[in-house]
Design a protein around this ligand. Sequence first.
Ligand code: MLT
Length: 260
Amino acid sequence: MKLNADVTGSGPALVLLHGFPLDRTMWDSQVGPLAATHRVVTLDLRGQGKSEAAPGVYGMETMAADVFETLDGLSLTEPVVLAGLSMGGYVALAAVAAKPERIRGLILLDTRAIPDTPEAASNRETSARKLESDGNVGELVDGMIPRLFGATTRATNPALIEATRQSMLGNRPGGLAGALRGMAVRPDRTPLLASITVPTLVVVGAEDQISTPTESESIASAIPGARLVVIPSAGHLTPLENPEATTQAMMTFLAELEQS
Ligand code: MLT
């Protein structure tokens, strides 16, 4: 499936993959600064934002295939730098597993290599069925918000939380259900990590309760040569909660990558 995408700037291609239940606007603070040196592609993954919400289970492999099809449609067939937050990171890892030759650098933000526990997978199925029966995106979003944002944001930035909530509410129940079911069946990517040969940056919020700093440290130490940057005063949504530090970490990594 071709995805709804925006391309900003020129230079080597950098593709930004959003988390769940968000859309490409989550990268709004990053696009301007990163587009000074790169052709930045932001896209809405299958079923979210303005991309089509086809029926079915959105496996991470299917979402990765959508990303490649979209890049082909934009004539971006050279290897790209892929950055993904959380679910976007699951998709990035599926993309590396499927077509490593199309990737020249990786930025994994607030994401996980391990699969869902049976309990987590079953909770996702319950949420997916509920979304399909009552269409209540607000209930899902409000249930997730306390875990998505760090303690600092919750204490100091209610306006950010409300703006993000509004953007999440724009998602369609069927699209969110497909993504939930796809995340529930994602494979264990831990064995893949040691085989990643491209420069990799791992970013995590110091207050992330979903993909913790400890877990991110394990990911970074399993990928040869990878670096970990811990973003202060941020939970799971580092690009939104501490945009300056997150953008800076990405820019530093990209500058080094382009020099190597
Ligand atoms: C995300 O931010 O994409 C989600 O928290 C991922 C997940 O539910 O595993």
